[in-house]
Ligand binder design. Structure first.
Ligand SMILES: Nc1ncnc2c1ncn2[C@@H]1O[C@H](COP(=O)(O)OP(=O)(O)O)[C@@H](O)[C@H]1O
Ligand SMILES: O=C(O)C1=C[C@@H](OP(=O)(O)O)[C@@H](O)[C@H](O)C1
Ligand SMILES: [Mg+2]
Length: 235
């Protein structure tokens, strides 16, 4: 029976970066042996933090990190935006599936997927070789983050009119409506709104990548316990 017990983030007060780093380290040392080398796939909308949180998780788990978009860019030899422009979204989706197929044979990897990886059932067959985690971030926060860096690298946000925030919010809202059921297939869900409530924050903008990584490991812990319970009939 898997038995985890470790200090948790304190509610109602800003946890110091040192506290968070220590909690993350402890939690990762507890969880890692039970992963049995399985890959961790981060799924979520554009701007949800898959690449950012993926790098944090890979470091503390002593896993490798890769970003499926970067693998596609290396394979084709140009940026995602250029791939959409030159060859179209369908070509990009085929390449994305090919990269996820190759990754499904690997171990000890944190994979930051592209925001649209969830729309193809074949991609879920590949990701089910590992453990998938949905980073569920409120639309307004996604739009703020993307507006801050610009939409140039995200071709699906290019066509909207208006300022960067409004453009991102409009398009992201439509995409989320199409995709939210697909994201929910993930083995674990990290809700930034739930983290903010747990920590007593007014909104999600103050939640650090470390705090999100801690929550991701806690949600993976829950999945492993459930899986363990089913395996040993203790649920
Ligand atoms: N917890 C966070 N708080 C604030 N900004 C964040 C957080 N996580 C990621 N970001 C920022 O949001 C933007 C998108 O992050 P990224 O990791 O590229 O997301 P994705 O890969 O899901 O598109 C980046 O500019 C990143 O710095
Ligand atoms: O949501 C999507 O369909 C996409 C998200 C992008 O990745 P990020 O989620 O890292 O922005 C990239 O794969 C491509 O622009 C398509
Ligand atoms: Mg990314």
């Amino acid at each position: 029976m898997i038995n985890f017990a470790a200090p948790r983030l304190q509610s109602g007060s800003f946890n110091s970066p040192f506290d968070e780093a220590l909690i993350l380290k402890n939690k990762s040392q507890e969880i890692e042996p039970f992963l049995s080398g399985r890959c961790i796939y981060l799924v979520g909308m554009m701007g949800s933090g898959k690449t950012t949180i993926g790098k944090v998780l890979s470091q503390v788990l002593s896993y490798n990190f890769c970003d499926s978009d970067s693998l596609v860019e290396e394979d084709v030899g140009t940026s995602v935006a250029e791939i959409f422009k030159l060859y179209g979204e369908g070509f990009f989706r085929e390449k994305e599936t090919e990269m996820l197929r190759r990754l499904s044979r690997m171990h000890r990897m944190v994979v930051s997927t592209g925001g649209g990886a969830v729309i193809r059932p074949v991609n879920w067959r590949h990701m089910q070789q590992g453990i998938s985690v949905w980073l569920d971030v409120p639309l307004e926060a996604l739009a703020r983050r993307i507006a801050a860096v610009g939409t140039h690298s995200r071709p699906l946000l290019h066509d909207e009119s208006g300022d960067a925030y409004t453009k991102a919010l409009t398009r992201l809202s439509n995409l989320l409506e199409e995709r939210s059921e697909s994201y929910a297939y993930a083995n674990a869900r990290v809700s930034l709104e739930e983290i903010a409530a747990k920590l007593g924050y007014r909104d999600v903008s103050h939640i650090s990548p470390t705090a999100i990584a801690i929550e991701a490991l806690e949600q993976i812990e829950g999945f492993l316990k459930e899986e363990d319970g089913m395996a040993f009939g203790t649920l």
